[in-house]
Design a protein around this ligand. Structure first.
Ligand code: UDX
Length: 431
């Protein structure tokens, strides 16, 4: 099939490349010339494992092309909207400017029988409001939320856990079945539903995941006060299959381009719908999450005797999670910035996210390696659980720092091994 993908960010670029690898003819469209140039040359404009391979595989085959001109979508039958829906600058709601612009730019190129497929995460009710403009061209709209995780985006796109189609006709459903024929043939669970359910599935899933993380971080706060161990607590409750162990890792909390802004937008939408009380708890989820970042800063302050001012602190991690270069709403970057704001001499290192961090936080000092970050540090703060940091040997690095103090903001280090090597170790929710 001939597909267009409007928006070539983390979601769209991976979607375009994955669809091409599945045998479709795909044109990826974005207003960002630099991004399109990189993709057209077969280069990934951001770090995402597996994406460079997909781009190389399809490069030059004609199967996957990129353009800044939406007219390139004219001979496609299915058009994916994969643009961002960031948080509004002046409020908690979603900024739909890019979704509206994408649809507006596409309208002149739509023909009867085309299917426009919304993948962006939007407030419930958006599809209903977009549909009349699309239907006026003889095309149709479907909402097909995407659940990919950064770092696993390629796998999540090619082998999704489930497919959700918000459709108004059998024809739309059949077209989506053709697009996803590989996943459908593999027996991927499929939910065929209406627009509002499809939209809500996405925001509800992200709200649930955020709730799970903030729940365990709230338990971490209690564990700290009572002397309990939140990691063992998570293991013990996680053995209950109804609860499950996944997404119960306490630490510096969730970040990224999705969970934080999605729970805020979800709550804002509920308020608009007169159902604010239904999602009022998401404010607590957000607040617990933001407290975790502060807690790491407080721990560093305590371990350094009450002040971080002019103390050299190695911050390991800037990305919001490992295997990503994304620093959007990153707890790790926030901790680095917070410590720097208190006058600490922060030296930060991340295997992939420094370039992005440098643009947004030029005031920080960046190291070229873990070793350089650790040199003469009076405290080490691990905030993104890259393998490289998890595998640090506490004995081998002990002589690189000036003081053996480690704050494990992701609870991923072997506490006993670090203590045995003479370090003062502090995790979150475990003493
Ligand atoms: C998330 C959803 O998982 C995905 O389905 C959706 O499409 C987009 O949003 P992503 O933002 O890539 O994906 O990251 P995810 O792996 O969900 O992690 C989100 C954040 O939660 C990260 O900052 C991570 O470090 C944190 N996290 C995750 C925890 O703090 N504890 C956990 O136990 C799990």
């Amino acid at each position: 099939m001939k597909l267009s993908v409007i928006g070539c960010g983390y979601l769209g670029a991976v979607h375009a490349a994955a669809m091409a690898s599945l045998g479709h003819e795909v044109v990826g469209i974005d207003v960002d010339q630099a991004k399109i140039d990189a993709l057209a040359e077969g280069r990934a404009p951001f770090f995402e494992p597996g994406l460079p391979e997909l781009l190389t595989e399809t490069h030059g085959s004609g199967q996957l092309v990129f353009s800044t001109d939406v007219a390139a979508a004219a001979d496609c039958q299915v058009h994916f909207i994969a643009v961002g829906t960031p948080q509004q600058v002046d409020g908690p709601g979603a900024d739909l400017r890019f979704v509206n612009a994408a649809v507006d730019s596409l309208l002149p190129h739509l023909k009867p029988g085309d299917l426009v497929v919304g993948k962006s995460t939007v407030p419930v009710g958006t599809a209903d409001s977009l549909a009349p403009r699309i239907e006026a061209t003889g095309a149709e709209l479907a909402w097909n939320p995407e659940f990919l995780r950064e770092g696993f985006a390629v796998k999540d796109t090619i082998e999704p856990d489930r497919l959700v189609y918000g459709v108004r006709s059998e024809r739309a459903r059949n077209l989506l079945d053709q697009v996803y024929s590989t996943a459908v043939a593999a027996g991927t669970p499929l939910v065929v539903t209406d627009y509002p359910t499809a939209e809500l599935v996405k925001t509800a899933a992200n709200a649930f995941l955020a709730t799970k993380i903030s729940f365990i971080n709230a338990m971490a706060e209690l564990a700290e006060t009572t002397g309990a161990d939140v990691t063992q607590l998570a293991d013990a409750i996680g053995y209950d299959k109804r609860i499950g162990r996944k997404f119960l890792n306490a630490g510096v909390g969730f970040g990224g381009g999705c969970l934080p802004k999605d729970i805020r937008a979800f709550r804002a939408r509920a308020e608009e719908l007169g159902r604010g009380e239904s999602l009022a708890f998401l404010r607590e989820i957000d607040e617990i999450n933001l407290r975790c970042r502060q807690r790491v800063i407080t721990l560093a302050t305590e371990l350094l005797g009450g002040s971080v001012y002019q103390r050299r602190i190695a911050v390991l991690g800037l990305a919001f999670k490992p295997n990503s270069d994304d620093i959007r709403d990153s707890p790790a970057a926030d901790v680095a910035v917070g410590l720097n704001g208190l006058g600490a001499e922060v030296v930060a290192y991340d295997p992939e996210a420094i370039e992005n961090a440098r643009r947004t936080h030029p005031q920080l000092t960046y190291a070229a390696s873990t070793k350089e970050a650790l040199a003469d540090a009076e405290a080490v703060v691990l905030v993104t659980e890259w393998d490289e940091f998890k595998q640090l040997d506490p004995t081998a690095v002990a002589d690189q720092v000036s003081q053996r103090v480690i704050i494990d903001g992701r609870n991923v280090l072997d506490r006993e091994a670090w203590r045995a090597a003479g370090w003062r170790y502090a995790g979150l929710g475990r003493s």
